[in-house]
Design a protein around this ligand. Structure first.
Ligand code: DQA
Length: 156
């Protein structure tokens, strides 16, 4: 944010949850050709900085366990104004995460570091895409920041 630029008041106190699915805790070490070299801490730090610029409150959560992701989404019901989720491998398998996301009364943006549509056919199906406002796939770590900017506009 340019110093002195007033934060849009309509965004103040709007809470965004970012959920990272399994194996994303290994970013930086994991298949860098697909997922880049940035660590999850690094991505979360960029998200916090961007959230500050946009006047949004952000919290991040990562789990390798489907049920823990369901629990985190359930806990967020009625408390958040937007969800950014990279369900990772659960994108392609999890009806449970989809059903939890359906409990939310807030826009959802699905993010993938890699372009899932250019990869194996089992990655082309997403159980989240049709209940999300948008899917951002293939833009690397920047995809999370674009998702946050988009949510800021959607909820303003
Ligand atoms: C991913 C794509 C998924 O197919 C994969 O299982 C992941 C990461 C991505 O961000 O590109 O773990 O969601």
């Amino acid at each position: 944010m340019v110093e002195g630029t007033p934060v849009n008041d309509s965004r103040q106190n709007k809470r965004i949850l970012v959920v990272h699915g399994p194996n994303l805790n290994m970013l930086g070490k994991r298949e860098p050709d697909h997922y880049g070299s940035r660590t999850l801490d690094d991505i979360n730090q960029s998200l916090s900085t961007k959230a500050g610029e946009l006047g949004l409150q952000i919290s991040t959560f990562q789990s390798n366990h489907e049920g823990e992701i369901v629990d985190a989404i359930q806990k967020a019901v009625g408390r958040i104004h937007g969800l950014i989720i990279n369900p990772a491998a659960y994108t392609h398998t999890s009806v449970a995460i989809r059903d939890a996301a359906l409990l939310l009364d807030a826009p959802i943006i699905e993010v993938h570091l890699s372009n899932i549509h250019k990869r194996e056919s089992f990655r082309h199906r997403s159980f989240i895409a049709d209940i999300a406002a948008a899917q951002i796939s293939g833009l690397g770590a920047s995809g999370y920041l674009f998702a946050l900017e988009a949510l800021a506009q959607l909820i303003a």
